[in-house]
Every structure is written in structure tokens, then in C-alpha cells.
Design a protein around this ligand. Structure first.
Ligand SMILES: [Ca+2]
Ligand SMILES: [Ca+2]
Length: 452
């Protein structure tokens, strides 16, 4: 709780930009008053009132001190600031937390919210805080509109009320339904090109991260390919910041949506790596609850300094199983310790994660977008009349048939009907290579590639 105005201010307060251009301690234009409308989300007695002068600056604000609070927040684990407002006009409300008005050490920056729709009714507005700090002063710019000028927007001074300023973990405004969380879509194989990757810091921060070193949201991110050379000329890759003071076994983890079925036909885990430092061994470990593959270690390739190398980890037969978590340690050297080998945090890039049945390094980081353990061959063809024909496997009913393009995007999908032998899908507007993927009701996967 930052302020609910029920028991006065705990420090100084005033306005800025309402009269003049510097912070003042004007108590006439910013004061605690009776709640003008006890209803719905705010039935409390006291609220803050900002008397906005029509003659003031467009950015005029109310400020107040409060007992210092420490906020720990990051991009993947944000905090949410709530403020309930009651205003005679709907407009942008801007808030800002600092430790002091001028030259603050901690500063959230101007956080804006355009979601006010209620007029002369209490409405809760929510702001995402993504950086940590110790805060003890708040500025509220409750009518933050720079154009048209105030003389045209307002016919006179206005009173703006606000209350119930709290910070918590709840992104949903008081009195409203939560927005549904978008579905997690991070899958293998993973090339980090699209919107839905294994690394989704906004909604799914718990599905990836670093370990063995002090954690930060910047430890594992999707970035532009630092060098579109050799076998990897794709746009996006993952970046791991290997901390100089981290443990020797520090690495990253990712939890794909699809379980990783490892068997005789699907045992080679490929990953492309690019680094700017000398090669060192790399370890891959697939994990599930109650078990893992153990460290599968490869020597670093000297060609992998300032160039992309495809590393192929073979899961040993005694470890065939279904796993759900990838642990990757791309600088797996116990001695000398990282602090003795690096002067500063090392950047290690990786891309194109894929499990298949091919022990040979790949020559391209373009991936099919499909993870098909032991996929069977599907019979399908382009019939010359604008349609793709698919012959259903014997005894397969209610199959899901999907067309996927070269970047892994789903173009079309359909479900076969009872007793059909062939399925026809219109190929209108589809160009280039497509993958036809059929999944039977019992989960068997059949694929074929077509050029249209
Ligand atoms: Ca109150
Ligand atoms: Ca890529």
C-alpha cells in the first residue's frame, strides 16, 4: 500500500506545473478530502483531490512522499501498480515513482495508462513495473494530454480524485475480469524467428532462464543474429550471458510445450552455437521429473569462434525416455574457473534446436517448424487443380491434417471425416514448400513435403 488517504500524508506533498514550473508544497490544490462518490470499487472515506487549474501546464501533477518501499521487479516478473481515479473527463493518467523529485536514483519513468473510460465513476487503472528500486515519492499526472492545449480542452478548472494506490502481483484492475493468458506456443524445433518462442519473457518467464549464476532477465534473451554467416543466416537467435563470477556449470534451461520423445529413431539433439571466445566443452542434459539424461558432453569446435557450428548430442540408448526440460551448458569447464578465463561476462549465442534421427551436422539453420518424433511418410500430392490430395493411413479416422510453411506457421488445418479415404485441401494462395502433417486420433504422426 502506497497511499489510501485515510490517515493523512506521511511526508511532504504538493503540486508541480499547476502554478509555475517547479515543485511546490501547495496544499490548496492537492489535499485529502471526503470521497465524492462512495460506490463500487471505492467505498472508503478519504481520497486525494487534485485541483487542476486550467491555467496550468498540460503535464501538471500532484506529488507526495510516502514511507520508502523496496520493489523487486523484472520484465519476466513484473509488479503492478494500481490507482483508482474519479475524473470528470476521460484522459491519459501518468504515474511515476522515484526516491526524490529531482535527480532521483530510482525512477520508474513515466508510466501511462489510456484505459480510463468511466467518467465521474471510480475506475482502477493498472501499471506494469519492470525494474527494481527503493521508492518513496510518487507523482500523479492525472490528465496527461499535451494537445490540444488546456484552454481548448477544458472550460475551467477541474477536480480529479484518486485513491487506493497499491503495488501487488495482480495485473487485473479492481472490479474487472482478468484478461485470459495467451496460450504458450514455444515448441521444438526452435529457431527463435517468430512471436511464439521458447523464450517468452512477458507471459512465460517461468519456462526458461539461467542457472548456476546470479539471475537476471537479461541472461537469456532472443536477439538479432550477431553474425549472419556460414550455416546460420537466420534473423533471430538466443543469447546467453555467461557471468564471469558464475559457477563453472552455469547454463540455461527451456521447457518446450511438446514433450521430447527420445528413442532409437529420434536421439540426436542438434543445436547451433556461436561464440566470441575460445572453444570449450558443451553439455546438454534433458530432464524430466525424477530423472535426466546426465551430462552429454561434446568438445568445443575451434571453428565455432566467430562462426556458427552445429553440435550434435547423441542421447545414449539407456536414456531413451520422454523428457520435458532442456538444460544447456555451453561453457562446461570446471578448471580453470570462469573468473580465471574471462575478464567480463561472456556472450554465447545459440539457435536452431532440433531433435531428429540424423547424426550429421546440419548445413542450414532453417528448420521445418515441426517436431515429429519418428514421423511416418504420408502420401500426398498436388493435383493440378488447385488442391492438395492426402491419402489417409489405413484404419485412421478423425485425423488432424495441417499445412505448415517453411517458417513453421500453420497455414490451414482440417479434420478428416468418418470413413474418408482421401482428403482434399484447397491450396489457394499457398506458395513454396509446405509440410503436410497428419496426426491420427491416437497420436501417430505422418508427414510429407510438397512444393507448390
Ligand atoms: Ca481512501
Ligand atoms: Ca534463428
Amino acid at each position: 500500500m502506497i497511499q489510501n488517504f485515510e490517515s493523512g500524508f506521511s511526508g511532504k506533498w504538493g503540486t508541480n506545473g499547476n502554478i509555475g514550473n517547479t515543485a511546490d508544497e501547495n496544499h490548496e490544490n492537492f489535499a485529502i478530502v471526503d470521497n465524492p462518490n462512495k460506490s463500487e470499487i471505492n467505498t472508503s472515506d478519504k481520497v486525494g483531490k487534485f485541483h487542476r487549474l486550467q491555467s496550468g501546464n498540460w503535464w501538471a501533477l500532484a506529488w507526495f512522499e510516502f514511507n520508502a518501499i523496496e520493489i523487486t521487479a523484472s520484465l519476466s516478473q513484473p509488479k503492478y501498480l494500481h490507482i483508482s481515479v474519479y475524473k470528470p473527463i476521460a484522459s491519459t493518467v501518468c504515474v511515476q515513482l522515484k526516491d526524490k523529485i529531482y535527480e532521483p536514483t530510482y525512477n520508474t519513468g513515466e508510466l501511462k495508462n489510456d484505459k480510463q473510460i468511466k467518467i465521474n465513476e471510480w475506475q482502477d487503472l493498472v501499471y506494469k513495473i519492470t525494474s527494481s528500486g527503493t521508492f518513496s515519492l510518487m507523482e500523479v499526472k492525472p490528465d496527461f494530454v499535451n494537445s490540444p492545449p488546456l484552454s481548448e480542452r477544458l472550460t475551467g478548472d477541474i477536480d480529479i480524485y484518486f485513491d487506493n494506490i497499491v503495488i501487488n502481483d495482480d495485473p487485473t484492475p479492481l472490479g474487472e475480469e482478468p484478461e485470459p493468458l495467451p496460450e504458450f506456443k514455444g515448441k521444438l524445433p526452435e529457431g527463435f524467428e517468430g512471436e511464439n518462442t521458447l523464450i517468452d519473457p512477458v507471459f512465460y518467464g517461468e519456462r526458461f532462464g539461467s542457472f548456476g549464476q546470479t539471475g537476471a532477465a537479461t541472461d537469456l534473451t532472443v536477439v538479432d543474429n550477431p553474425a549472419k554467416v556460414g550455416i546460420n543466416t537466420t534473423n533471430k537467435v538466443a543469447k546467453f550471458v555467461r557471468k564471469v563470477d558464475g559457477n563453472w556449470w552455469a547454463g540455461v534451461y527451456m521447457i518446450p510445450l511438446n514433450p521430447m520423445v527420445i528413442n532409437e529413431n529420434n536421439k540426436y539433439f542438434h543445436i547451433m552455437v556461436y561464440r566470441e571466445s575460445d572453444p570449450t566443452p558443451l553439455s546438454l542434459k534433458l530432464e524430466k521429473s525424477g530423472g535426466n539424461t546426465g551430462d552429454i558432453v561434446l568438445d568445443g569446435n575451434v571453428a565455432g569462434t566467430y562462426d556458427w557450428v552445429d553440435y550434435v548430442f547423441e542421447v545414449p540408448a539407456e536414456k531413451y525416455d520422454t523428457y520435458d526440460k532442456i538444460a544447456f551448458m555451453p561453457d562446461f569447464v570446471q578448471d580453470p574457473a570462469p573468473a580465471e578465463r574471462f575478464f567480463e561476462d561472456a556472450l554465447i549465442y545459440f539457435d536452431a534446436l532440433e531433435i531428429n534421427n540424423d547424426p550429421n551436422p546440419r548445413t542450414s539453420a532453417e528448420i521445418s517448424g515441426l517436431f515429429t518424433p519418428a514421423a511416418r511418410k504420408l502420401s500426398s500430392w498436388y493435383d493440378g487443380n488447385g488442391n492438395i490430395q492426402i491419402r489417409l493411413p489405413q484404419h485412421a479416422q478423425n485425423c488432424t491434417i495441417e499445412l505448415v510453411n517453411a517458417t513453421g506457421q500453420l497455414i490451414k488445418s482440417t479434420i478428416s471425416k468418418q470413413h474418408e479415404h482421401n482428403v482434399t485441401i484447397s491450396a489457394n494462395g499457398v506458395r513454396g514448400f509446405v509440410l503436410v502433417k497428419l496426426t491420427t486420433a491416437s497420436g501417430e504422426v505422418y508427414t510429407s513435403k510438397l512444393a507448390l
